[in-house]
Design a protein around this ligand. Sequence first.
Ligand SMILES: C[S@@+](CC[C@H](N)C(=O)[O-])C[C@H]1O[C@@H](n2cnc3c(N)ncnc32)[C@H](O)[C@@H]1O
Length: 278
Amino acid sequence: MNGSLNIKSMNLYNNVDRIFNELNEIGKSDSDNLSIKDLTKFDQFHYHGTDAIDIAIDLLEINSNSKILDVGSGIGGPARYIASKTGAKVTAIELQSDQNNLASNLTNRCGLATKVNHLCGDILDYDFKGQKFDAVVSWLTLYHITNHKILLTKLNDLLNLNGFFYTEDITSRVDLSDAELKDIEKEIYGKHLPSFDKYISNLEHNGFSVVSSEDMSNSWTEFTKTRIKTYNSEKDRNIRVHGKEVFESLSSFYNFVGQNFSNGKLGGIRIVAKKDLN
Ligand SMILES: C[S@@+](CC[C@H](N)C(=O)[O-])C[C@H]1O[C@@H](n2cnc3c(N)ncnc32)[C@H](O)[C@@H]1O
């Protein structure tokens, strides 16, 4: 099980209300109504923003009849975007209460509270009381969870017959030393980093048939490289908007991630799988 204290060793998860600083910059007070467009630059805690969500919407054919579970929903960016673009009902589960409270606040202010239901809890032990979903989706979350046998059994059970599982997740591209693993655990709370091939076989051994898979390593290496460059090139602006502490904390997080993709240690996977029928 994940402790919600340890996960805060990952700097992305500190000062999450920094999004209010960005909203103030575009003239929004802390209680104004918001549109999805006001938020998407700041509320997507994965790679390639809403382009990545559009890919999932297309591949899974999400529409207004769909019931979706978003696992590790962060401050709610993907869940809100899916609900607003497709009209689907989205249940969004998030481990950290500060992020979940912020997610609810932003969802209410976007007028999406009837479409997106935010739950605070650990996916491994949350009781969904027999509810089933047409698809489980998850961006950059499952690498935080050590035991994927328990996780995949749970997710499988939450799916309707013919249900889909979609995830974008971190993999390892080399055998990592104990020291590297320790560093990765501290900096990005990485607890489960199989190779690309192992990721696929884990699914196949735990009740899923893989429909498609894509190695995201090169794409995410480029994305994370550009992210550091951009964030640091706007240093003065970012310090003015967020203060020095937030700037340094986020810059150090972006640097660690960028370096570990660029040096070939971390990689990524995008995968669509279907619940096995037997
Ligand atoms: C990198 S963030 C991604 C957030 C969101 N998916 C997005 O793309 O914007 C991963 C999130 O997963 C959450 N998480 C980690 N383990 C979890 C668990 N066992 N149950 C629910 N959420 C979890 C973390 O608290 C964190 O907010």
